[in-house]
Design a binder for this molecule. Structure first.
Ligand code: URA
Length: 423
């Protein structure tokens, strides 16, 4: 077979055969299809799409490019969650220990942030001593000790996706539903979870800006998971405004610990409990109320064990940025709008995110929101506090926030927190 023939077929809106897909993914992983050929094919797929059969074949071929993890030796069901990413989306941090406290094992492979969305590993790495890289044996040990583990995917898991995602990132070919769905699901299926809940974000701070595209992505991923024998369900959730009040690595860890202690912002608590219920149902576990496991401290106990088992000190003081600056309301009224993308961009410019994969993040940097859409504010009342390690970062963050919020006479409509459920 040859790469040029496959590129031409997709360029001319043809359907790729199973054999062609198997060959091109396997030859690309071995280095026998060049990056420039794979980027041409990715662009042809972005422009001309793939049907469900092609997407399923593409996903399976990426799974077969590496190892597939197996948790069948465990005595309880496994469940995981994947979020398509957003601003202030720290839900994994309280959710993984919460679901483990209710009786499932949670083996979660997570990623780092790129651009305006944060990454779970960057957040957890702000805890002194915490380690993201674990061997498969260490992962199993943490699962058995704590019930939940959140760590980086090893190099053996879906290596075709690792290579292809890096290529898509620099060739303008990320924004393709078939490529996003197969990328996410190849890793989640290879991770070996028995049940999977997808949190597909909708709005300015998300990959998918409209409900229509988010629904298409959700339906594609649910079908891929179900066909692969993973009990999969998706929620479409709001990302037109930030989730919770903290945006930034250590700031989000603090907010997550508040949730585990029975407090925290109501939207973070509501979404955490809802996703936990979905994960437990998909895992076939009944009779446990996640809201109770937050209230009685059992989720917090799992969190502490999980952090300690990965080398972290759950009692350590978290890093704080050296400088802060407050943004105040110019007039009284109701906060009608607070744009998720702009707040994410501001946090990124303050140092919470990275521009290139190899850059470090500033653990204490970010934004703390003092008001959310719908809240009444007085003139001069703090709306948000910016945190950065040097004052030189504030001007660019303020630029990102220009026009990002509005104070008006009455509330304005916003997306419901949970928009829909896709099965
Ligand atoms: N996240 C992934 O893992 N893959 C994509 O293609 C997009 C987001």
């Amino acid at each position: 077979m040859d790469a040029i023939e496959i590129i031409r077929a997709k360029r001319d809106r043809g359907e790729l055969t199973t054999a062609q897909i198997d060959w091109v993914i396997s030859a690309y992983t071995r280095g026998e299809v060049a990056d420039e050929q794979m980027s041409a094919l990715a662009m042809a797929i972005l422009l001309n799409g793939m049907n469900r059969r092609e997407i399923a074949d593409w996903t399976q071929a990426m799974i077969r490019s590496g190892e597939r993890m197996d948790w069948s030796m465990l005595d309880r069901p496994t469940a995981d969650k994947h979020s398509t990413g957003g601003v202030g989306d720290k839900i994994t941090l309280p959710l993984a220990p919460l679901v483990a406290a209710c009786g499932a094992y949670v083996p979660q492979l997570s990623g780092r942030g790129l651009g305006h969305t944060g990454g779970t590993l960057d957040k957890l790495e702000s805890i002194p001593g915490w380690r993201a890289s674990l061997s498969n044996d260490e992962m199993l040990h943490v699962l058995r000790t704590a019930g939940a583990v959140v760590c980086a995917a090893g190099s053996g898991l879906a290596p075709a996706d690792k290579k292809l995602y890096a290529l898509r990132d620099v060739t303008g070919t990320v924004e393709s539903i078939p490529l996003i769905a197969s990328s996410i699901m190849s890793k989640k299926i290879a991770e070996g979870t028995g049940a999977l809940v997808l949190d597909v974000k909708v709005g300015s701070g998300a990959f998918m800006k409209t409900e229509e595209t988010a629904r298409e992505l959700a339906e594609t991923m649910v079908a891929l998971g179900t066909d692969a024998g993973v009990r999969t369900v998706a929620l479409l959730t709001a990302m037109d405004r930030p989730l919770g009040r903290a945006v930034g690595n250590a700031l989000e860890v603090s907010e997550s610990v508040e949730v585990l202690a029975g407090g925290g912002p109501s939207d973070v608590v509501e979404l955490t409990v809802r996703l936990a219920r979905e994960m437990l149902e998909a895992a076939g576990i009944s009779g446990k109320d996640p809201a109770e496991a937050l209230a009685d401290g059992s989720a917090m106990d799992v969190w502490r064990r999980m952090v300690a088992a990965q080398g972290g000190d759950p009692d350590a003081l978290l890093p704080r940025a050296a400088e802060t600056m407050t943004v105040e309301a110019a007039e009284p009224g109701v906060l009608t709008r607070l744009d998720a993308y702009a707040v994410g961009l501001a946090a990124w410019r303050l140092g919470a995110g990275r521009a290139r994969k190899e850059d470090p993040v500033a653990p204490g940097a970010g934004v703390v929101l003092h008001a959310k859409p719908g809240d009444l504010v007085r003139a001069g009342q703090p709306l948000m506090t910016l945190h950065a390690d040097d004052t030189g970062r504030f001007a660019r963050a303020l630029e990102a926030l220009e026009g990002a919020y509005a104070v008006g006479p009455s509330t304005a409509p916003q997306l419901p927190l949970v928009i829909d459920r896709v099965t």
